[in-house]
Ligand binder design. Structure first.
Ligand SMILES: NC(=O)C1=CN([C@@H]2O[C@H](COP(=O)(O)OP(=O)(O)OC[C@H]3O[C@@H](n4cnc5c(N)ncnc54)[C@H](OP(=O)(O)O)[C@@H]3O)[C@@H](O)[C@H]2O)C=CC1
Ligand SMILES: O=C(O)[C@@H]1CCC=N1
Length: 266
């Protein structure tokens, strides 16, 4: 039987997952339900993907087999209080909020609930996402496979130990923002030297996409791939030296540390 998938909170991340699920034809629009605090985003999602606007959060909880809690972390306690008596016994609740743990939220439900902690990222919208996930002990092997297949419909999925979820959140969930900054900076530099802006984004973004693909598909060390680009006495090594002088690596590691500190991790 077709599973009904629900989203409680339909902001940026939920919209991206809905786009991914619908574009991949993993689900029919008729089987996807979304609720949100304000109506505007729901109307927009309905118009773009044809999915069902749920009357309220409880209606998603009652009717769906897989329920994404896609509100911000501070809204987890009130939303769970609102829906906890309406989740069916065989339904799967998926937590996607940064810093939220399975045990914390099992406690909020106060009863046995099948639960997944997942950390997707925005590129799920175009089928190139990365979703790290962990499950609780009430999930069967079959259900774990089923949820993995759902995540794989919009990208790659990694079953990880929950103790690694916060760092997976920083390096997999937040990092698209860092990469967009890098692409924007490259493009600004291209514009500085006269390239039209749209062309600058295409050139910069494709260079990033291709480089990532090289890491994933060749299995070669990123350092070796970097070395291959640097012709002896050439232009690239000058830029690499400049990036080292300006602390690119340290800046990235500091950025990840700031992310971890936000959720109370040292
Ligand atoms: N953005 C990302 O790249 C990623 C985000 N996440 C997680 O996803 C979650 C959502 O983040 P994001 O999409 O960025 O944030 P958004 O603010 O875009 O989305 C949150 C949505 O929840 C709605 N909302 C708030 N309170 C309620 C409520 N009581 N009932 C129903 N809906 C409610 C808001 O409605 P309103 O329209 O009224 O504001 C808003 O649309 C967070 O927990 C975040 O950690 C995880 C991975 C990546
Ligand atoms: O900014 C946030 O808190 C979320 C978690 C990962 C990406 N966005």
């Amino acid at each position: 039987m077709k599973k009904r998938i629900g989203f409680i909170g339909s902001g940026n991340m939920a919209s991206a997952m809905i786009a991914g699920i619908i574009n991949a034809r993993y689900s029919e629009a008729v089987d996807v339900f979304a609720s949100n605090r304000s109506i505007g985003k729901l109307l927009d999602i309905k118009e773009r993907y044809g999915v069902q606007i749920a009357e309220n959060n409880v209606s998603v909880a009652r009717n769906c087999d897989i329920i994404f809690l896609s509100v911000t972390p501070d809204m987890y306690p009130p939303v769970i209080e609102e829906i906890k008596d309406f989740i069916r016994e065989d339904a799967i609740v998926v937590l996607i909020a940064a810093g939220q743990t399975i045990s914390q939220n099992e406690e909020r439900f106060g009863r046995k609930v099948k639960m997944v902690k997942a950390m997707p990222n925005m590129p799920v919208a175009v089928g190139e996402g990365l979703t790290s996930f962990s499950t609780n002990e009430f999930m069967t092997e079959e259900e774990i496979e089923e949820i993995k297949t759902l995540f794989e419909s919009f990208g790659k999925a990694e079953l990880i130990d929950e103790s690694l979820m916060d760092i997976a959140s920083a390096v997999g969930g937040s990092s698209p923002a860092f990469v967009y900054m890098f692409i924007e900076a490259l493009a600004d530099a291209a514009v500085l030297y006269g390239m039209p802006r749209e062309q600058a984004y295409t050139v910069s973004a494709q260079a990033v996409l291709g480089s990532a693909k090289m890491v994933l598909e060749t299995g070669q060390h990123p350092g070796k791939l970097k070395d291959d680009v640097c012709s002896p006495g050439g232009t690239t090594i000058q830029s690499v030296a400049s990036l080292e002088e300006n602390g690119l690596r340290a800046a990235v590691i500091h950025a990840v540390r700031a992310n971890m500190n936000t959720i109370g991790r040292k």
